[in-house]
Design a protein around this ligand. Sequence first.
Ligand code: ADP
Ligand code: AMP
Length: 215
Amino acid sequence: MNLILMGPPGAGKGTQADTIKAAYPVPHISTGDMFREAVQQGTAMGLKAKSYMEQGQLVPDEVTIGIVEERLAQSDCQQGFLLDGFPRTIVQAEALDQVMKKLGGRIEAAINIAVPDEVLIQRTTGRVSCAACKTVYHTVFNPPAQAGVCDKCGGKLLQRSDDQEETARRRLEVYHQQTSPLLGYYQQRGILYSIDGDRAANQVFADIQEVLAGL
Ligand code: ADP
Ligand code: AMP
């Protein structure tokens, strides 16, 4: 099962990916998580990505395509994968098609989680995640039992710097300009499934499950 989870920043891709991978055990490949880890570790790639991320801009295609191509060639992706946050440009989508051709597979579904812009801003600006185990919460919509502390491991909950309102709004603009054209790209290929993401996470997941069951 080779899947793409699409949707603007804050749509719930990471939240749904966690539930999907519990039901369908395939690797969850989030380019945002990969970049954040590289930044944290101070690798050469992290240094390249950092300034783009802080400004709410996309990391250049050649960097992003390279890390995804390398990741998809790993053996754990042979039985399928769940891409989250990639592709984000037409150039990335075309590169992914080439990679799939090389690997002898195909993308079966691009699942788009649609959420109105103002809800997205509420979601991103209220998002906090555990510094230790990375579990994601929302200060209002999905709060931890104790403010600032992870329910699962007791780790400290932190806000991403790119989730501050000004940068969150820029990321949304970038989404509308550079990423939303991908909906047409996958629609033309007959593999786009759009889901109303402005509902409780379990209702969104029920629709995703329906799509997956039909593949
Ligand atoms: P993305 O990976 O698409 O950027 P996340 O999964 O990190 O989005 O979700 C963004 C924020 O919104 C998080 O704080 C998360 O807890 C919250 N969230 C996710 N899905 C829902 C939902 N269906 N209803 C309300 N809040 C949600
Ligand atoms: P995300 O965690 O998906 O919200 O991504 C956080 C940031 O990482 C984005 O705002 C971009 O700067 C960068 N990023 C993640 N995925 C990509 C991608 N496919 N192409 C370019 N930049 C990306």
